[in-house]
Design a protein around this ligand. Structure first.
Ligand SMILES: [Mn+2]
Length: 386
């Protein structure tokens, strides 16, 4: 049996306030394009089963464009693969906290051969394939009170598959995963999974395609939509696993180029010299920066040097790229008061709190400042702990 395993589609993801000629956010269109390519490739590969391991949508309330597009593509997928089951679970991004919100993925139940498991863990039996897929969506794993879910293969099925959306812990994960986790995921230990008991384990949540065992993969996202975009240097795509040979093949899909330029140091340089170093870095990008997502970290850049930079030129690069992030960072100094007593620098959480409480103006009327401060500080603390 050949299984196409996709995850973390994040349809409806938006960033950078740029629109296509049709008025769609450029990154939303990128993600939709990546999905279209993935669907076309899956159809071409003719698998026996398609698994989608959560975060089909980026939010619990995606735009109408994203919903319509997703519906159309799942129809293309199922019409291109007559009789092939498509089993999907919900991830943390598309699982509402309150059950009365209702899950948008339920819509896909209207498509023939699509099975959606949004809230509770249960096996999906596929008699035609003599297979059983134990589905563990985010809400079931993250349920309050630490509900323990038995992860047991079905002894009556020839092929037992496990599909879950969450962070897998254990020796292989510690060695292979480049960043600790996406926020908001449930944690599952790999010893609880026991990959040797399953024909295949399809994971979702971590956005970089990673094999935690020969038959246990994170398929990774199809575009760069994680909170750690700059870590996602590896190609995006999906996994095709063959249960007969026990082998997996990663199939990349085209994505928008992301360029994280080598970090510069402005130590001891004048504004004009830093300008020149930036220009060299930008000119060195093969094929130019047009339409790309670009970051350049300039370390040890004091405020007066940043002020002196050629901002007109920087604005031109910002206009040319889809996103040009000139990340100028001040020198790390231990400031001391006149008395010589050390002055404690504000922690990042304190800086976030004071910025959001005072300097920042809410960008939308329905934002609650207190809630935002609370979330901002919480995210920073969690990142520091991680
Ligand atoms: Mn995700």
């Amino acid at each position: 049996m050949r299984i196409a395993h996709l995850a973390d589609l994040h349809l409806g993801y938006r960033a950078y306030h740029r629109a296509t000629p049709r008025g769609v956010n450029v990154r939303e269109a990128d993600v939709a394009d990546a999905f279209r390519h993935a669907v076309a490739k899956v159809v071409e590969l003719r698998p026996d089963l398609v698994l989608v391991a959560g975060d089909v949508f980026h939010t619990v309330r995606p735009s109408n464009t994203a919903i319509a597009d997703a519906f159309r593509q799942f129809c293309v997928l199922t019409e291109g693969l007559p009789g092939v089951p498509v089993v999907m679970i919900a991830g943390n991004h598309d699982s509402p906290r309150s059950s009365d919100t209702g899950n948008i993925l339920a819509l896909f139940r209207e498509i023939e051969n699509v099975v959606v498991v949004a809230d509770e863990c249960h096996p999906v039996r596929l008699p035609a394939l003599d297979a059983s897929v134990l589905c563990m969506p985010h809400n079931a794993l993250a349920a309050e009170g630490g509900q323990t879910v038995a992860m047991e293969p079905d002894p009556k099925a020839r092929h037992n598959l496990l599909m879950l959306h969450g962070t897998v812990g254990g020796a292989a994960a510690e060695q292979k995963m480049r960043y600790v986790t996406e926020f908001g995921g449930a944690l599952v230990d790999d010893t609880a999974i026991g990959p040797q008991r399953w024909s295949y384990v399809a994971l979702g949540h971590y956005h970089i395609a990673t094999d935690l065992a020969p038959n246990m993969w994170y398929a990774g996202a199809i575009e760069r939509t994680s909170t750690n975009l700059w870590y996602e240097t590896a190609p995006k795509g999906f996994v095709l696993f063959d249960t007969e040979t026990g082998t997996a093949h990663f199939h990349p899909v085209p994505t928008r180029p992301v360029v994280d330029l080598p970090r510069l140091s402005a130590r001891g340089l004048s504004g004009a010299e830093v300008d020149e170093a930036i220009r060299e870095a930008v000119d060195g990008v093969e094929g130019g920066i047009a339409g790309k997502i670009v970051r350049l970290v300039v370390a040890d850049a004091p405020r007066h040097v940043v002020r002196e930079l050629n901002h007109r030129r920087i604005r031109e690069w910002k206009a040319e790229a889809l996103h040009f992030h000139l990340d100028a960072r001040p020198p790390e100094v231990r400031r001391r008061a006149a008395s010589g007593a050390p002055v404690r620098r504000q922690t990042l959480a304190e800086q976030v709190e004071s910025f959001l409480s005072g300097h920042w103006t809410p960008s939308a009327a329905d934002l609650t400042r207190e809630r935002l401060v609370e979330l901002g500080v919480d995210y920073v603390r969690r990142a520091e702990e991680a």
